[in-house]
Write a protein that binds this ligand. Structure first.
Ligand SMILES: [Zn+2]
Length: 226
């Protein structure tokens, strides 16, 4: 009988250990920190999401004044396969580290995060363009290498609102803002260099065609939430 009782005790202990192990495994796999690979197939704006995007009737520069005064473009669109503009404060080096990054137009936050491959922190805004705009109906503006992200996924954003600060992509570069304008409803951090422009437009050309401030205006971008 002692043998049977010992067996029963050992069996119960094994059961408890198995249950604890299973509970631990479930808790681990349900953890929100679990790395989820980015799948662009699940990041396409639906027609309903598109019609509820804020209408962007006007765009301004995301750095410096509304015209980008006090900034320069260190690597313009399509130079050395670049898919955006690299905007810097005129002080050069890291003098623009922590400078405010403004939303180029009214829109909604459709991506925030660190997608990897040298991007650092990134924000993507989606904008609905007025009917008849040749770049429409939807464009995205993308802001990368950020130091701080000040907005949340899904948030509605006004043009000129401070959404982030200029960073170094976690020390990968001297501080600057990598800025892109993209067409269409597919949300994907993707790559910053390619042989063809893909769905990217020249940010400078796009903004200057849709700019609201008069040519002589050197004032700062509007800061709705400072
Ligand atoms: Zn860049």
């Amino acid at each position: 009988m002692a043998f049977v009782r010992a067996l029963a005790i050992i069996f119960s202990l094994l059961l408890v250990a198995a249950a604890a192990g299973f509970w631990w495994w479930r808790a681990q796999s349900a953890s929100p920190q679990a790395a989820v690979p980015f799948d662009p197939a699940f990041h396409r704006l639906t027609p309903e999401e598109i019609v509820t995007l804020p209408l962007a009737t006007r765009f301004d520069m995301p750095l410096g004044s509304q015209h980008g005064a006090l900034t320069y473009n260190a690597r313009p669109f399509r130079i050395a396969r670049h898919l955006g503009d690299d905007l810097n404060g005129i002080g050069g080096q890291n003098s623009d580290l922590g400078d405010p990054v403004f939303a180029a137009g009214a829109g909604r936050v459709v991506y925030t995060g660190m997608p990897g491959s040298g991007w650092g922190k990134m924000i993507i805004l989606a904008h609905r363009l007025p009917l008849g705009d040749e770049a429409g109906p939807v464009v995205q503006t993308m802001y990368a290498h950020l130091d701080q992200i000040l907005v949340k996924h899904g948030q509605m954003i006004q043009r000129g609102e401070k959404i982030a600060t200029v960073g170094t992509a976690e020390g990968a570069y001297l501080a600057h803002l990598h800025f892109e304008v993209r067409q269409g409803p597919y949300i994907n951090p993707a790559e910053g260099y390619a042989d063809t422009p893909l769905n990217r437009l020249s940010p400078e050309t796009f903004l200057s065609a849709r700019r609201g401030a008069g040519a002589a205006d050197l004032g700062p971008a509007p800061r709705f939430k400072e």
